[in-house]
Structure formats: C-alpha cells, structure tokens
Ligand binder design. Structure first.
Ligand SMILES: C[S@@+](CC[C@H](N)C(=O)[O-])C[C@H]1O[C@@H](n2cnc3c(N)ncnc32)[C@H](O)[C@@H]1O
Length: 236
C-alpha cells in the first residue's frame, strides 16, 4: 500500500508541473538555482553515470548533464505530471540524448546495486515515510567511492529565523494563493513541512543517518543565511 506521505506528495505536485520552475524560483527569493549549482558542483567531473532522484521538472538533471559533456543522467520521480514538464524542458535544452526520465519511487529504485557513479536528490526527504530506509536505498545503487549529494530547505538561524517564520506563515501562502490553488496548498504546506522535518531530523542526527546508511566523509554547507542546505558524502 502506498504510504500516506508518498500519496500526499503525489497529489501536491500533480497540478504544479507546467508552472513549477517559474514559481519555485519566485517563492524561494531566487535562491534555489544557486543552491542547485552548488549541489551539482559536489559531483566529480568524471562521474559519467548519474542518478537524480525526485528530479521533478529535471532542473538538477539538466545542470548535471551540462556540467559533464560525457555524462549520462537518469532523472527519477514518482510524479508523471512533473516528469512531463521535465521532458519538455530536457528537449528544449537539446539534452534528450543524454537525459532519460523515469517514473519510480525513491524507496524502491528500479536499479541494480552500484549501478551509478554518483547520485543527487533534492527536496525529497520531507516526503518519505522512513528516512533511514530511503537513504539506504539511495546509497545501494551507487558504486563504492561514488558521491551522494542532497539539497533541502533549512531553518535560518539567529535574527533571520523570525523573518523566515513571517515569510512562511504569511508571505508564502499569500503569494501562492495569487498564483493558483495548487500553489496556495504548497505555500501553506512548506513552512510546517520544513519545520517538522528539522524537528525530527536536526542536522547532527541527519548526518549520522547518512553515515549509518553507508556514507563516509559526510559534509554539509548551509546557504543563503541558512535557508538551504547541501549535504554530500561518498559511499564507503
Ligand atoms: C520540490 S520537488 C523538487 C523537484 C526538483 N528536484 C527540483 O529541484 O526542482 C519534489 C519532487 O519530489 C518528488 N517526490 C516526492 N516523493 C517522492 C518519492 N518517494 N519518490 C520519488 N519522487 C518523489 C515529487 O514528485 C516532486 O517532483
């Protein structure tokens, strides 16, 4: 049976595909392209076969392909609607020959052990029921020594936190509502989702989970006053 979180994520993203890129940038104050670039820079240039999980509209997959001319990227997502928008974007970028988009779940990847030289995932862990099991599954398909890197929203620290609270409680839901009912739902959902995730998975606990999943040399970098975080490590 499909887990409640998985189903909720599927319903949440279904209406967003065609407008995702434009408004995701707007609603993150223009920061998430910067975060994605740093995420992609964590992947060694000689990683030729890379999996991007929760690829959505393929923003990370496209950047991965552009960063490595000999690279082949598979982008996997559970939302056919997001993948449809991703497919158009990949074709528009002229990268159809090097990026393949596949429907599937992060919790049970349709790939063999060690099939990839590197793996990325973006804004995924808030949507899965079992974080440690999902991390183990992601690590499973990466060869020993291969890099795994993730991007997630985080909670700003110090004086920035009350401003962030104001933004996610008032600004974001209001801005989302102006765009569409789908974005209103995302606008209302994001703040509690980010807060809840970091309550359950404070950074030291999350990094321990990465190590327990079989990753070594785990590092993290906060970006944009702490509003984003990139974590990376290599399969032991
Ligand atoms: C916020 S979007 C991020 C898309 C893209 N990575 C980006 O940076 O723009 C989150 C994506 O995760 C996907 N997703 C959520 N849970 C998933 C799961 N269990 N397996 C695969 N994809 C999932 C959703 O369908 C959605 O496309």
């Amino acid at each position: 049976m499909e887990a409640a979180r998985t189903r909720h994520a599927r319903e949440l993203f279904a209406p967003l595909g065609p407008t995702y890129d434009r408004y995701a940038r707007l609603l993150s104050f223009g920061q998430d392209p910067r975060w994605r670039s740093f995420l992609v820079s964590r992947i060694p240039a000689d990683a030729h076969r890379v999996l991007d999980v929760a690829t959505g509209t393929a923003a990370v997959a496209i950047e991965l392909a552009r960063a490595g001319p000999a690279r082949r990227v598979i982008g996997l997502d559970q939302s056919p609607e997001m993948l449809a928008a991703g497919g158009e974007r990949v074709a528009h970028a002229g990268l159809g020959g090097r990026i393949e988009l596949r429907e599937g779940h992060a919790e049970s990847l349709p790939f063999a052990d060690g099939e990839f030289e590197a793996l990325t995932f973006t804004y995924l862990l808030r949507y899965v029921e079992d974080v440690p099991a999902t991390l183990r599954e992601l690590v499973r398909v990466v060869r020993p020594g291969g890099t795994v890197a993730m991007l997630e929203f985080a909670l700003p620290r110090g004086i920035w936190r009350p401003l962030w609270e104001l933004y996610v409680r008032v600004g974001l839901p209001a801005a989302g509502a102006v765009v569409s009912s789908g974005w209103r739902d995302v606008g209302g959902f994001l703040g509690p989702s980010i807060r809840g995730f970091w309550r359950d998975w404070p950074e030291p606990r999350l990094l321990d989970a990465w190590r327990e999943a079989g990753l070594a040399d785990v590092e993290a970098r906060r970006m944009s006053l702490g509003g984003g975080i990139v974590v990376w490590g290599r399969r032991a």
